[in-house]
Design a protein around this ligand. Structure first.
Ligand code: AMP
Length: 296
């Protein structure tokens, strides 16, 4: 595995690999502090690709002024060991100066899809994500790029960006990896105190309970499902809800409050963002009415 820190060296290395037929090129962009969720993306990439490139870059553009850019956890040695173990061929770790040598004057913004959920709570976040991912796609020119459904809105936004701008890359969405007790893996979980960590289980529990209530017919409408989410999450005294929404996926359009969830066409998303102390956690479940019907 090679560790490369400059754009020029990465381009040279990739040109050499492409020339040698080590294609397709699979790309896994991350902010590091790697865990099993990132490892699952690397493994999926290794299955499909001749060369696996992982980037580790904490992108200042996607953090708001009061967010945790400076405090974001970093552990280069551990990340490199995990990347090598899970099949990365190249790890690209640029500095902020390498990625942004001058004030950026060109950004990518995806409208409408970013009006809700994390887009509403974190103004500018998805513009930062779309811009850095566009830059990374321009540098790596991957055939496939792997993203986790843990960040489902990010998947929807990037798919739309790739489609609208005719980028020659296929976005592969990978399932959410969870701890045994249900907590979705996240680099930010290290911020949680023991008590917050315990109470944070309410996110995945509320998703499971709403899904079960739908299957059992105890909950039918969008409003009933949202009320149930609110009540389950509020049973954890430390939980402060940022949003608990049910939308269509990937268009992220709202549904009529009285409409019946199991009569909706296509995919739906139950999306949560909840704060525990200063840590904001997200989780979601994407499903179709058809798949719930099949379980009933
Ligand atoms: P991050 O380093 O948090 O920017 O995440 C990099 C990639 O890993 C993104 O595509 C995330 O969606 C994905 N990812 C993060 N956590 C998980 C998880 N628990 N399961 C699956 N993918 C994840």
């Amino acid at each position: 595995m090679r560790v490369i820190r400059t754009i020029e060296q990465l381009r040279e290395a990739l040109e050499y690999l492409r020339g040698g037929g080590h294609t397709p090129i699979g790309f896994v962009p991350t902010m590091g502090y790697l865990h099993e969720g990132h490892a699952s993306l690397l493994r999926r990439a290794a299955e499909q690709s001749g060369t696996v490139v992982m980037s580790i870059f904490v992108n200042p553009l996607q953090f708001g002024p009061n967010e945790d850019f400076a405090a974001y956890p970093r552990d280069e040695a551990r990340d490199l060991a995990l990347a090598e173990r899970e099949g990365a061929d190249i790890v690209f770790m640029p500095s902020v100066e390498e990625m942004y040598p001058q004030a950026i004057r060109t950004t990518v913004s995806v409208s409408v899809l970013t009006d809700r959920l994390c887009g509403a709570s974190r103004p500018g976040h998805f513009e930062g994500v779309a811009t850095v991912v566009s830059k990374l796609f321009g540098i790596v020119q991957p055939d496939y790029a792997y993203f986790g459904l843990k960040d489902a809105q990010q998947v929807a936004v990037l798919r739309r960006m790739v489609s609208d701008l005719n980028m020659n890359v296929k976005i592969v969405a990978c399932p959410i990896v969870r701890e045994n007790d249900g907590l979705a893996l996240s680099s930010r979980n290290v911020y949680l105190s023991e008590e917050e960590r315990r109470q944070a289980l309410v996110l995945s529990r509320s998703l499971r309970e709403v899904r079960a209530a739908l299957e059992e017919g105890k909950v039918r409408t969008v409003n009933e499902a949202k009320a149930m989410l609110q009540s389950v999450i509020s049973s954890s005294p430390l939980a402060v809800i940022d949003y608990a929404e049910i939308l269509t996926f990937p268009a992220l359009e709202p549904l009529e409050g009285n409409s019946r969830l199991l009569e909706a066409d296509g995919e739906l998303i139950i999306a949560l963002a909840v704060k525990f102390g200063r840590t904001r956690l997200i989780d979601n479940n994407v499903f179709t009415a058809k798949e719930v019907h099949a379980l009933v």
